[in-house]
Write a protein that binds this ligand. Structure first.
Ligand SMILES: [Mg+2]
Length: 197
């Protein structure tokens, strides 16, 4: 199975780092729970253009993308995604297809370098790819995992299955997956039904 996996908001906790920087520079004390909207500038109370200019200044700082923390257990999640067992107990490898909307011109090298540093991705049995693409449904996968609720419509139009992970900014969306375990359980159940094999 090819499993599309978003980076920021799914495996990398970019929001808490952004908020650290934001709070220091703006003398505020926002925390992750305050970010109840994917369009982060809305809960921060600034204009889209102000936020985007600030954001691109931050993420292009050397080291910003290299040093982003993984969410707790993200490495176990990636390991669990890398293979499933079918109903006979046979191990079936999956391909982890990272798909990010980061701009490759400014982020490609740091993004790849950081992924190469993730221990679980160094295991020879774990196959992964990295794609830079805003229209993520165009990258061929069997299922996709993301934190961007605005992708739900284009994915459903493209007849692609999108699993939205629960974050403060997806709380208002129905049918999100509360944690990594529930995503793994959902995918394993699908495999057991032999939909893909
Ligand atoms: Mg994301």
């Amino acid at each position: 199975m090819r499993i599309g996996v978003d980076l920021d908001g799914v495996v990398y906790d970019m929001v808490s780092v952004l908020l650290d920087h934001w709070n220091r520079q703006h003398n505020t004390d926002f925390c992750e729970e305050d970010i109840t909207e994917y369009k982060m500038w809305e809960p921060l109370g600034v204009s889209e253009s102000y936020f985007k200019e600030w954001y691109s200044g931050e993420v292009t700082e050397r080291g910003f993308l290299l040093d982003l923390p993984l969410y707790p257990d993200a490495d176990f999640f990636l390991h669990d995604l890398s293979y499933f067992e079918d109903e006979l107990g046979h191990s079936e490898p999956n391909d982890i297809i990272f798909i990010t909307a980061r701009q490759p011109r400014i982020s490609a090298i740091d993004t790849a370098e950081a992924l190469y540093d993730v221990k679980v991705l160094q295991l020879p049995q774990v196959n992964w790819e990295l794609h830079f693409c805003e229209q993520k449904w165009r990258v061929d996968c069997d299922v996709y995992i993301d934190d961007n609720p605005y992708l739900m419509r284009p994915f459903s139009k493209a007849n692609r299955e999108l699993l939205l992970i629960e974050r403060p900014w997806t709380q208002h969306v129905r049918g999100t997956f509360p944690d990594y375990e529930s995503i793994i359980a959902h995918l394993q159940a699908k495999v057991k039904q032999s939909r893909w094999y």
